[in-house]
Each structure stands twice: as structure tokens, then as C-alpha cells.
Design a protein around this ligand. Structure first.
Ligand code: PLP
Length: 393
């Protein structure tokens, strides 16, 4: 079986975890946390990074810092992971679900302005597959209407929009180090604080609502409860693991990009035959090869294709069930407009295995299986030879 994902380890993780154990500091905010935050600040240009136990936690922090409260509306794509909306609902806010662009599968920025009401407080953008949203237009809309912009950059580390790193373009950004992401710590995330005005409160919210960060810096002689917050910290064990990964982040992205390009070449013919659509990356976006997906032209073939690939030993998956039509999405949020693209994409997407170490030959094998499976499912006269020239079975 070719797995959908296999977490990549650099080989230095054990060494750094041992170092953390020897240092005798295993809770959060130790030396490895400082190294990881420093790396994130240097490479993204954010004002401050705070490691969290998950991107989910970082999104919850971002919503607290944006002062979203009961009844406040937050615009976001329906085509996203539950955490994007959950963070808002936990504060009593109302997610307002918008459609996505049919090319990048990111929020349709042209639909945002019409969805703004007097209750709108923020926009959460999701950089799907590590391809940047149209941030210039979005930031202009936000500034015209005095809205906060939170970037859900769970999939975006190492990618840029007009040369600027994802996660550092809005007011607050959230990244993920979950084992399915490019750079991992098992579970993990970071809040990127891009505006100085959020810095002090972010540290308080991060550490259970206390001013412990000021205490450690010697600015107060005891720490106390100051504000709402939670235990959002990442432990030093995870931070030590993460440090090994961040040291290799560039190489990991480069390796993923090579695999992504092989897929892209292999499926050119299938796209010409109109059987699938390949991902679109606008010229002003540098992506990070977080995922390779195909959009099957005949959605009724999507589920049989997944089954057929499974039968052939290829573990491919689909996502997301759109939030606007999920039980909780209907209960807590509202769909502002027609979500035609979202519905079509969610019923026609397949995501293929992509992990460092799978090798370009395995990519070719997966591609060959997709061609063969589609042929067997009757892609009709256009099936041709059924295989990409480059594929080796
Ligand atoms: C768009 C998006 N947001 C948030 C998350 C949540 O990340 P985490 O698992 O680190 O909480 C994910 C995870 O897959 C995601 O894809």
C-alpha cells in the first residue's frame, strides 16, 4: 500500500529531545521554543511568534485577540477545516461562509464586500494547499471596513504571496505542525503576531491569561490572572522535535516541490483529455507543495476512483465536507451566498500521496494507477493508451 502520508523525520529529533530532557525543562517556553520562535520570526518577518499546541489553538488565540464576541460575524470560506470556524463559534461569533475561487480554491475575494454587515468583525482567509489568497485585495477591503484579517496558514509555511511569507500578511496568522503538514512536531502550531499592538495581550492569552511572561522577564515580582486565556503552549519535547524539522525546512519544501512537479507533468495529458483539472498556482504565488490534488471532471467518478485506487494499493483521500452544509455549520453559521464552486470542488477532489521519501518512481506509479483506474471506470474514447508516457508501472 502506498500511504497517503508518512511523517518525515530528519534524524536529529531524538538528539534534540534528549537535549531537552537533559536540560530539565519540559514544559513550554524553554530554549527550544525560543529557537523555533526565532526561526519563525526571521523567516516570516512577523513581529512575534508564539508556539502553540496546535493551529487550532493559534486560531482560537487569534479570535480572542481580534475581540470577536457574541453575535459578531466573521467571513471565511466554507471550504476549510473545522478549526477555522470553531474558533469563532467558541467566542459566540457567527461564521459567514463564502464560496471559493474555482482556480486556487481560496476564498473568492470578489464576494467579500457584499457579505459585510454592521456586525462583521473579521475575515479569516485560508491559504489552501499552501497557495496564497488574493491578499492585496483582501487587505484593502479589510482596511476600508476596519476589519481584522486572520490568516489560517495551517498549510502555508514556506510559501509566499508576492514574495511575502504566508502567515505574516494579515494582522494575525496561524500555522500548523500537525504530522500531515510539511514541517511537523506531531501536534503543534504557532500564532504569528504581525502587529505590535497585539504583543502583550497575546502573551497573556497564551499562558492561561496570566502575565507570567512579564514575570520571567523580571518586569513584575509575581504573576497573576490578567485576562481570559488558556494553556496554549507547546511543550519543550515537541519544540525540540520541531527544531530539527525547522533546521531542514528548506530541504523538505524543495523535496516536496520535486514530487509535486512530477505529478503535475504526469497529469498534463489527462488534463488535456478533459478528464481532470490540475492545481492552479498564480504566477505571483510561490507554493510549498503541501498537497497534490486533482479535480475529476465527472464528479460521479470521484468515489469509484478512490475505491479503485485503494484496490490497487494507493491510499488517496478527499476533503473537506463544506462547513456550510455540515450539521454544526448550519447550526452556528450561515452561508451568505451561492456556494456552487465549494459544492462542486468537494465532490470532485482527490488528494494523492505526497511525502518526503516516497521517491519520484512512486509518484509515477501512482500516476499510472490513476490513468488506469480512470480508464477502467470508463473515461470513454478519450482513454487512449491509458498511461502517461513518463509513468512506469
Ligand atoms: C486549513 C486548516 N486549518 C486548521 C487546521 C488545524 O490544524 P491543527 O491540526 O494543527 O490544529 C488544519 C489542519 O489540517 C487545516 O487544514
Amino acid at each position: 500500500m502506498i500511504p497517503f502520508n508518512r511523517p518525515y523525520v530528519t534524524g536529529r529529533e531524538f538528539h534534540y529531545v534528549s537535549e531537552a530532557i537533559e536540560a530539565g525543562h519540559l514544559s513550554g517556553n524553554g530554549d527550544f521554543t525560543r529557537r523555533c520562535n526565532g526561526w519563525l520570526e526571521r523567516t516570516t518577518g512577523c513581529a512575534a511568534s508564539l508556539l502553540t499546541h496546535s493551529c487550532t489553538g493559534a486560531l482560537e488565540m487569534a479570535v480572542i485577540l481580534s475581540e470577536i464576541g457574541p453575535g459578531d460575524e466573521v467571513i471565511m470560506p466554507s471550504y476549510t477545516f473545522v478549526s477555522t470556524a470553531n474558533a469563532v463559534v467558541l467566542r459566540g461569533g457567527v461564521p459567514v461562509f463564502l464560496d471559493i475561487r474555482s482556480d486556487t480554491l481560496n476564498i473568492d475575494e470578489t464576494a467579500i464586500e457584499a457579505a459585510i454587515t454592521p456586525r462583521t468583525k473579521a475575515i479569516v482567509v485560508v491559504h489552501y494547499a499552501g497557495v496564497g489568497c488574493e491578499m492585496d485585495a483582501i487587505m484593502q477591503i479589510a482596511s476600508r471596513h476596519e476589519l481584522a484579517v486572520i490568516e489560517d496558514a495551517a498549510q502555508g509555511l514556506g510559501a509566499t504571496y508576492r514574495e511575502r511569507p504566508l502567515g505574516a500578511l494579515g494582522h494575525l496568522g496561524a500555522v500548523s505542525f500537525h504530522e500531515t503538514k510539511n514541517v511537523i512536531s506531531g501536534e503543534g502550531g504557532a500564532l504569528l503576531v504581525n502587529e505590535e499592538r497585539h504583543l502583550d495581550r497575546a502573551q497573556v492569552v497564551h499562558d492561561k491569561g496570566t502575565d507570567r511572561a512579564r514575570f520571567w522577564r523580571g518586569e513584575v515580582d509575581k504573576y497573576t490572572w490578567r485576562d481570559i486565556g488558556s494553556s496554549f503552549l507547546m511543550s519543550e519535547i515537541n519544540a525540540a522535535f520541531l527544531w530539527a524539522q525547522l533546521e531542514s525546512a528548506r530541504e523538505i519544501t524543495a523535496a516536496r516541490l520535486r514530487l509535486w512537479k512530477r505529478y503535475h507533468e504526469a497529469f498534463a495529458e489527462l488534463e488535456l483529455e478533459d478528464c481532470v483539472r490540475r492545481p492552479t498556482v498564480p504566477p505571483h504565488c510561490r507554493h510549498n507543495a503541501h498537497m497534490y490534488y486533482l479535480l475529476v471532471s465527472r464528479p460521479e467518478l470521484r468515489d469509484p476512483l478512490l475505491e479503485e485506487l485503494d484496490r490497487r494499493g494507493v491510499n488517496s483521500v478527499f476533503h473537506y465536507v463544506p462547513l456550510h452544509s455540515s450539521p454544526a455549520g448550519r447550526r452556528f453559521g450561515r452561508a451568505d451566498s451561492n456556494l456552487r464552486v465549494t459544492d462542486t470542488v468537494s465532490s470532485s477532489i482527490i488528494r494523492l500521496p505526497l511525502w518526503v521519501g516516497m521517491g519520484e518512481q512512486t509518484v509515477q506509479r501512482v500516476a499510472a494507477h490513476v490513468y488506469d483506474a480512470l480508464r477502467d471506470l470508463g473515461r470513454g474514447q478519450a482513454a487512449g493508451s491509458g498511461r502517461p508516457q513518463t509513468a512506469s508501472a
